[in-house]
Write a protein that binds this ligand. Structure first.
Ligand SMILES: Nc1ncnc2c1ncn2[C@@H]1O[C@H](COP(=O)(O)OP(=O)(O)O)[C@@H](O)[C@H]1O
Ligand SMILES: [Mg+2]
Length: 313
């Protein structure tokens, strides 16, 4: 039998594990109590991690979500595919209460999110990591302060304890040693990694990824896909990945849903969606442009006649 070797690249062998007693030792009693409370609440609830029921949202005359009903199952990574402007980011923002629906209901772990006071949303958001579309790091703050920001906001950990947690989170995403750098000194892929470290530093139950691979070359994109798979496997968190990157969807998804013109038009495994007989799904997966549909303005909400999108996709 081989003796255990430290990893050749010097990276941490594994990310912190909430079930490992040696990792638990690094938590304050307050964090431990809070985690146990959350674990108890989560184990008492075995429904979908997030749920949309008949969610409608318009901006002025633009109907973005037209009654979206969708359960996101716990422990799964669900990919939401759809063209630019389909409302994918809008959908994610409803889950964390950054946008309010015009109609319908939004739940996180069985608790209502729409129409809730800010204090209640804040507590729920502590358990949701959000990787924003443009990484959204604070330019004037070091990587360490960016990644440690949720700890400063939501915990009473000391500076030394925070630094230790940040070091671990950076090792998890392969960015060790970048603590003192400013975001502009990082490449696009590294900024995504730093933003991901920040999104998961509180070990959330759900991570929302908004276009995690957009703007990256295929190799760096694949590195981010690996991390998404790793987050689910090692931290046990559920994921919702919004993207139009098919390669990414194929790699990370347990389930794929497609959002088009405000509605869910496909739902299943990647293979199921590939076999969909919806004409738009087929064109999207094949990357086949149709100028009569793709550059036409979105159909207005149906009045008496069925929506134009019904007739041709
Ligand atoms: N806060 C907002 N105010 C007005 N329009 C918005 C707002 N957020 C999104 N939109 C519009 O809603 C549509 C869907 O946006 P978005 O969810 O960002 O699309 P995507 O699927 O590319 O993420 C777009 O036409 C966008 O311009
Ligand atoms: Mg978007």
């Amino acid at each position: 039998m081989q003796p255990e070797q430290p990893p050749a690249n010097g990276r941490a062998a594994r990310p912190p594990d909430r079930h490992d007693p040696s990792d638990r030792l690094r938590q304050t009693p307050e964090m431990k109590r809070e985690r146990e409370g959350r674990a108890a609440a989560a184990s008492a609830y075995d429904g979908p991690i997030a749920r949309l029921v008949g969610v409608r949202k318009a901006f002025g005359a633009l109907q973005v979500l037209r009654g979206v009903t969708l359960d996101f199952r716990a422990g799964e990574t669900t990919v939401v595919l759809g063209p630019s402007g389909a409302g994918k980011s809008v959908l994610l923002k409803h889950i964390v209460g950054l946008l309010q629906p015009d109609g319908g209901e939004v739940y996180f772990q069985g608790a209502r999110m729409d129409g809730q006071p800010e204090g209640r949303l804040r507590r729920a958001r502590r358990d949701i990591g959000f990787l924003f579309q443009m990484s959204a790091l604070f330019d004037s703050m070091t990587v360490e302060d960016n990644v440690g920001f949720p700890l400063a906001e939501h915990t009473t950990l000391s500076g030394t304890e925070r630094a230790q947690r940040v070091r671990e989170a950076l090792a998890t995403v392969g960015l060790e040693g970048t603590e003192k750098k400013l975001p502009q000194a990082l490449s696009g892929g590294q900024r995504k990694r730093a933003a991901l470290a920040r999104a998961v530093i509180l070990h959330p139950s759900l991570v929302l990824y908004d276009e995690p691979t957009t703007g990256l070359d295929p190799i760096r994109a694949d590195g981010i896909n690996d991390l998404i798979v790793q987050m689910r496997r090692d931290l046990g968190c559920s994921g919702i990945v919004v993207t139009h990157d098919l390669q990414s969807a194929r790699k990370v998804a347990d389930r794929v849903v497609m959002l088009y013109r405000g509605e869910i038009i496909a739902d299943g495994t990647f293979g199921d969606v590939e076999r969909s007989d919806d004409p738009y799904v087929g064109r999207f997966l094949a990357g086949r442009y149709d100028p009569t549909v793709d550059d036409a303005p979105a159909a207005p909400p149906p009045a008496s006649a069925p929506a134009a999108s019904e007739s041709k996709r």
